[in-house]
Design a protein. Sequence first.
Length: 577
Amino acid sequence: MSRPASLRDRIFEWYERADKSLLANLAFLSAILLSATLLFTAVGIGWWTNNLAPAIEVNGTSISVGPARQRAQAEAFLLQQKARQIRSRVSAGTLTNEQGNIYLEEINTAQGEISSKVTSDMIDSILIAQLATSRGVTVDQQLIDEQYRRLYALPELRRLRRITLDVADDPATGAPSEKTTAEAMEIGQSISDAATDVETFARLAKESSDDSYAEEGGLVGWSSRSEDPASDLGYQAAWELKTVGVTEPIKRSVDQVVIFYVEQIRPSQQDLDFESSAREAGIDLSVFTALAGEEALREALGSTVVEELLREPVEQREVSVFTVPVPADSGIGEEILVRHVLFSPNDDALAASEIEDPEDPAWIAAKTEADEAMKSLTDGSAQFDVVASMSDDESSASEGGLLPWATRGTFAEAFDQAVWADDAQSGRLIGPVRTQFGYHIIRVEGRRPGLDVRIGELRTKLLGTEANFAEQVELAKEEFDGSALELPGFVVRYAINREIGDLAWTTDVGELSPVTQIGDQYVIVRVNKAESGVLTLAQKNGIRAAGFLIWLDRYRSAAEIKIDGAVVQAATESPAP
C-alpha cells in the first residue's frame, strides 16, 4: 500500500497549480502555511487511523489496522491459491467434479467471510502469544520455515479403500458386548492378514463390508489429511502408514470395526509459482512469514497443552444432559394455543393479498362464508373441527384448525391482536378477523408460560430426584417438543463441548446445573458421579482432537477484547492454567 504524500510534496503540488501572482502577498503565504499545517495534522490523523490505530486488542496487546489489512489480503490470496489447487485436482482426477464444486463453494463462502476470519485469527494469535510466553513455549526458525513451506505446498494425497464391519448386538443386552466386539476384531484381523494386495482387498470389501463403499470394492477415493476426519481412528491409522498397504483392524466406535488400505500415495510438492504469484498480487512475503510463525507457535503450545491434559489420573464426571430446542421465534414470553378456520377470497389464501379492494366480490363472498360459519359455531349447530376441515388453510385443516403454540407477535397483526386481547380466554370464539389471507374464525385453546419459564420450573421439579431422574425427564419429554436426554457416561472436561464441560465442572455431584442456553438449545446438566482415573482410548483421542481448542476457548472467553477501540468482551476470571 502506497504511503500518502508528504507535506512538502503537497505544498509543491499546490504551488505548481497555483496562480503565482497571489504568492507575492506575504500575509496570504502565511495563511497558506497555516492551512498546510492543518492539512498535515489531518493527513497524519488519517494515516494513523488507516495504518497504526489498533484494529484488535486482547488483554492490552494490539494489532494495528495496517497489518490487519495486509493479513486480509494474504488470506484472500491463499483462498485463490486453494481454489486453483482444487481445479487442478479435478483435472488430474484426484477429486470428482461434484467434490470439487463442493470445495469451491466452501471457498466462495470463505471469501465472503475473510473479515470475520482475520479478526478471529488475530484475536487467537495475540492470545496464543500471551499464553505461550506465560508457559515458556517458544519456536525456532526451523519450525517457522517448515510452516512457511506448508503454506505453499501442494498437500500429500492418498487413495484409500475401507472395509467396515458392524459389531453384532449381544442377544442378552441388545447392544455390542466385549464378546461380539472381539468376534468382529477377529474377522477384521483375518481380512487384514489376507489383503496382501489391492485386488484382494477390493474383493473382500465387496464380500464383507457393511458400508456404502462395498460395491466399489471399498474405494473411498483420494483425499488430503486435512480433508479426512481428524478424530476418526480408522483414518488416523491409514495416514500413519508409511507406505501403501493395509492397516490392522481398528475399533473406530462401539459398534464398528474398520480396515483401511492405502492404495496410492502422491507426496507433497512445493508450489513453485507461489512466491512470484504473491508478489504479482502486491503482497509482502513477510506477511506469510508472520502467519507461519504464528501457526508454528500455535502447534507448539497445542502440543504442550495436550500433553498436560493427557497426564493421568484425570478427573472425570458422569453426567446426564437434558436438552430442549429453542424455536427461532420463541423461547421467551407467554405462549398461546389456538385453532382457526380461514375463508379466503376465491379459496386462495396466497393470492388474497393481490385483491386490494375490500369490496371486491371475492372478499364479500369470503366474509359471508365466515359470518355463516361463526353463526353456526356460536349456536352449536356445527362442530369446530368439522368446519375447520373445509378451511382454506390446508396445512391446519386436517388438524381441526390447530396451530402450534406461539408467542406474541407470531401471527399476522390483526390475528395476533385478537388472540392476545385481555378477554381472549380459553374456549372463546373470536371473529371473523380479517388479515391479508382472508377472514378467520378463531378459538383460543389455552395459554401457558414461555419456554424459558417452563424449563426453569422443570429444573425445580427435578431437584432431588436422584433415584428417578431419568424417569422424570422421560415424562417431561412429552411436554417439550424435540427434547432429549443424553447419557454419555463418564466424560473429561477437554473432550466435550466447552460450555457443557463448564456446567459439569461447576456443578456439585448430585446437583443440577442452572438452565443455560447453548446455541439453539436449553441445557440442564446433572452430575451423577466424579472420580479421577485413567483415560479410555476414546477419551484420549477426544482430547487429542479437541482438547487444545477447548482449553484455548476457555481463555478466549475470559479475555478483554476490543475491536476498533470498542470493548466487545469484558475480561472475566481466567481459568487455571
